[in-house]
Structures are given as structure tokens and as C-alpha cells.
Ligand binder design. Sequence first.
Ligand SMILES: [Zn+2]
Length: 751
Amino acid sequence: MLYLLSSWKTYGSLILALAISFMAVFTPATTAASFQKIPMEQAIREAKESHEMERTMKIRQMKTQRNLEETLGTKGALPTQYQYDVHYYRMQMRVDVDAQLVYGRVDQMSTATQDNVTFCDIDLYANMIIDSVRVDNSLTTFTRNGNVFRVDLPTPVNTGGQFTVQTFYRGHPVEGGFQAFAFETVQSQTLVSTLSEPYLARTWWPCKDYPDDKADSADVIVTYPSEMFCTSNGTMASDIDNGDGTRTTYWKERYPITTYLISLTMSDFKHWRDWMKYTATDSMPVDYWVFPDDSEAAVPGYAPTVPMLDTLSRIFGLYPFINEKYAMSAFNWGGAMEHQTNTSIIWGYYDQSMIVHEMGHQWWGDMITCRDWHHIWMNEGFATYVEALWFESLGGFTDLRSYMNGMRYTWGGTIYCTDTTDVNAIFSSRVYDKGAWALHMLRHVVGDETFFSIFRTYYADPRYKWKDITTEDFRDLCEQVSGIDLHGFFQDWIYGQYYPKYSYSYLSEPRGTNSYRVYVHVRQTQSTTPTAFRMPVIDVSVYAGSYVDFQVPMMDREEDYVFDLKDVAAPTGVAVDRNDWILKTTASESYTVHVIYDTLMTGLKSVSYQDSVIVRGGTKPYTYGITSGSLPAELTLNAATGIVSGIPTDTGTVTFTVSATATSGGSDSKQITMRIAPKPQAPYVPGDANDDNIVDISDVVSLIAYIFSGGSAPVPLTAGDANADCAVDISDAVYLISYIFSGGSAPLPGC
Ligand SMILES: [Zn+2]
């Protein structure tokens, strides 16, 4: 049976448009600009609460998904679905609220990515009834296999060829513990709402349900009871009273969108509108749809929305969907969901952390989406750090620091989600909170200016904008913008577990009046993996009347630093990362024996060499030894003095480990790298062809012998190039004779 929506006839007349939706507008009691800065403890408490709600909600979605898979035997992404690339969805749907049924038609326009594509696999849960399928308006055959159906293409399509599959279907969207498509009564209002992340769009509409294939645009056209209003993505193109107790609302999304972000929310909402004024003459609507009983509290509760849009636009780049809108629509799931241009948000809660988190997703999650759920931190860690940036914009660094300390995550597991069937792993607070910490740490490693430049580059980069991304893409982008090697940093923080435990100690030596040399030893004591977190920058500070801060790399499990301080009081303490830029613990300990440097001075082949291994701590004298590797040939280490000396006979770089034992018994060893370079060529006298350090007639004789009768070449050859014309020939002999006998110009350095 071919099902036709009753409202199709109205597509041609999109004129009536806005009349009905504005019936529900009411005037807010307060203005949008007035909102309260909340105490940091409250902000942190609310953030934890809203993260918990969002995570719990998404986990329940996943559990629903899992239950459904058990019941319906769905499959994961099929390789055959990569035979085509979707670029447009047109969803036309009638929602029978009383019967809890949907009747739909979805047009999926795609391009073949290979030759001879003969079928198209589309996701749709098995309980939905497919009445018919057309390809480019011609009826075709299809087969169902669990939660995927295969559409036969009447003629094979080659690379670049386009085809549109039109699926006519109906049914009651499946229910698990929760539904992706919910019919509910809330505050005496009928509510229909959707939440499809991560895999549930296919429970209510046919699509290629993976975030790595965004449609370039989508249309959502919904017919439903006229006393309700349906909100969705993008801009409203029309809203028509069908005169039969139903209305049809047409939403156009003209920015790329992934399937899990397409949503519907319908109820008898109260609506009001703010404006984001982003230039002197341009504004974007900011819409709110709330339950009537909630509207008094919602107006002041949502007052920070426009200031947040301004703030995030200033930090990252203009709100991505600026030609459309930003909106929040009330729903009844615990938490909120970043539906593109139309966040769904639990009624009755106005936490700033939640509001700004979902808004942040419009950039990070919606405009740029994690390629698959392994990289979910690219959505959730980013949105969580957006919360911290918002509170920083209000309260400065102090609030940023407090907020991040409220988000400390100290348990195991990796930020990268290794098992995307583990619902708790995808939406773990590790992904949210530790993911945000990864960005916070990155910020300090590259510096504020570069960090925000990374975001603005990320925002604009055509490789990622409107597309998807992985951790490695982002790492490479950060390296490109910062010029810093971040492979170790990303590897340790995104794929490693736990955090570094730093133990530090120091030794201060006077170096003249009010000057000190301070030796600081920092080691990582964690027994978890990685045993050494690689940080291109950490802060090590010496307290000498006030803090003197140094930024140093900490790339190994143990590091020794040497700081020279002038015009300071005597040092009385040391701190590591005193401003909490790193997720870590610290402890101080007493300074023991340490070999300080991991290099010795570079030597020259055949030139007498001397340098010392430097050791501090414990009681002198020390006893030195080589415990592995060996010194460059013909050099020796004096076991009593630590002096390395001799005349090296080979060039090259060697590594060896030196140990030092103090009289008091403590000892240390360190791997040392040392290079022996070739002896540079000795200087020469221009025109001194026979290398006797004077220029006279014997050089002319030598030069003529070289040029004409196989005599010795000048050493170096360029010494014979008296006229500096880059050739040693008779003209140089003539030049020399002129100089020696008739006051001509002196020989020049060769070319
Ligand atoms: Zn989120």
C-alpha cells in the first residue's frame, strides 16, 4: 500500500507561514540581559548534577538500544552503506498523538561512491512497517534484514551518480526502558519528543544512522494536532492550519546535519523570543518553548542564553547556525540534548552549566561531530570545557580554576572510548570531566593565545567544518597551529589512564649577593600506565620572597632542573603546577643525590677534551662510574672527580649511564648523551698556495706547478683562488704576481 500524507497538497502554498506559531507568544516579565552570576560552589554542584542527568539519560538511551538489539537483532554499520554518501533528507511525517503512531515518508538523496551500485542499505527498526519504496519516483523492491532494509536500485549507479530513495512507512516507534520517540503527559500537557543519540534515529525514521555521513541539509515536515506546536531544526518555512484539527509545520535545516541531531518536540508550549544581535544590523532569533506552568521561572532562568551566545561566538567564532536560530525546547528526559539549533532541555531546570554545555555542543558536536563513538570526548569533553570557559568569562581565572578543580576525575579508564558497546564507557564522566581536563592541560602547554587560535582554526578549517573528526585529526591540527610535538601528550592523556603523581625536592646554593642557583628534582611516582606523562610544559616555581615561575618540559619519569635567581630572598620552597593546570597530585620530599645534566659538552675529534659530570645532594665526595654504554673512544671518567677527559679519536654521538654515589651512601645514575664533532678546517691565508702562512713568489711557483704540471693542490684549495673568482687557474698566478711585485690588490678570501 502506498501511503500518502494528507497535507501534500499544501506544499505549493507556503504563504500563511507564521500566523499560528505567534499565537503562543507572551511577553517575558524580565529582560534577557539581566541574569545573576552564581556562586562557584553552586555552579560546580549544578554542573555535576546536570552532567549526571545528561549522562544518565544518554546511558539509558544506549541501554534501550541494547535491549532493542537483543530483541530485534540489529547489526552495526554495514560496509555496504559506504557505497553511497547521503546529502539530503526530506522527512514528511504525520503524528497521530492519540494512537501513538507515526506515518512517514523519507526521501534520502545520495551519491554513489563507487561504480555499479545496485542496492542501498538503510537503517530502520524492524517493527516499523514499510508500505512501499520508490527510487527516483519509480516503485521498486526491497528486502528487510533485521533493522536494515535493502532497496534494489532499478538501474546500477556509478561513482558520482545520484539517486533518491523514497520510503513510505508507519508504526509505533519501539519502546525500551525509554523511547527515542516519546508520547507523554507532562504538567497536564501532551508532549511528544525525540532523542536519538547515539543509534536511535532509526527507531523512528529510515536513514544511514552514523555520524560520519552528514546530510548537507534536511527538511522536516510534520502534521499533528493543531493545539500543539512542533519545534525542530533550522528555520520554520511554514506553519499551516489544515482545517481538519491538524496543522503542518515545515522546518528547513540548511546546514549539514547528522541523523542523531534531527529532532521533534511538540506540545502546547509557551513561546517567547530573544535576539542575538551579532552586528550593528544583523540579528538571529533565540527561541524558547516551555510548558505554560514553567514560563514564569523560565524567563529569568534562560536569561543568560544570549550573553552565552555572544561569549562563545567571541571565543570560538560566530555561532555556527547564524542564518537560522538557537532555541531551547522543553522535554521530559533528565538532562538536555544538543539537537542542532534546537536543544531539548528538561523543564524546570535552568542550570547555567547545562544551558551553556548544550550551546557549546552547537560548535563541538553539531558543527563538528566525533567520527564515531570512540571519540565521543571530542563532543562531551569539549562541551564540558565550554562550561568552564563561560564561568571564566564571568569570574576570571579564579573561577576557571575552581570550576576545573570541581571536575577532577581521578579514576582509571581512558578518555578514548575503547568499547562502544559499553554504555557506561561512552557517556562516562571520564569522557566529560577528564576530557575537559585534557583541553585545560592543552591550553597551558600551548599558551592561551595559541589555544584559542587552535579553536578558531578548528572552527574554520574546511577539513572539519560541518564534518567529523577524530582525536588524531585534532592532535595534528594542534601541532600545526602550535608548532609543538603533541604526540606524547595526546597519547598519554587520551589513551593512558589515571594521572601523574609528582614528588619534588630542591637544593639551593648561594651564588653571590641575593643570587641563588636552585636544583629541583621532580619525579612521577604513579605505578599506573603511563608511568611517565609527557608534558611539553609544566610550571615549576621557587618561593624566594615571592614565587618565581619557570615553564619547563617534563617528558620523562624523572627530571632535574637548574634555575638561577637574582635579586631575591633566600629560597624557602618549591611548587609544581601551583595554579592547577594539570590533573595531578603533588608531594614534597627531601633532596637526595642527583646527577644533574643529561648531556656533556660536545668534543672535537683529535682535540684535548675535558668536562665534568655534575652531581648534587648527599655528602661529598662522590664516587663515579659508568654502569652501561661507554664513553667516546679514548675518553675516560675519573672515578674520584667525575671529570671526563682525553683526546677523542672518533666522531659521532654516544649514550652511556653514569652513576654517582655519595659518601653518605645515596646514589643516582643518569643516561648521558655526548657528541664528538669533526675538527673544523684550520683557517688559511688567502693566496698562500703552498700553506707556509706567507704569500710570496713561492706561492706563484707552487700554483703554476699545480695548474700545469700535476703539482700539489693548495690547502685548502680556495687558498689558491687569489682573485676569488671561484676557479684556481692562471689568472690567480697573474693576480699574485701583480700583488707581490707591482702593488696590486691583496689576495681575497676564496669564493
Ligand atoms: Zn553533552
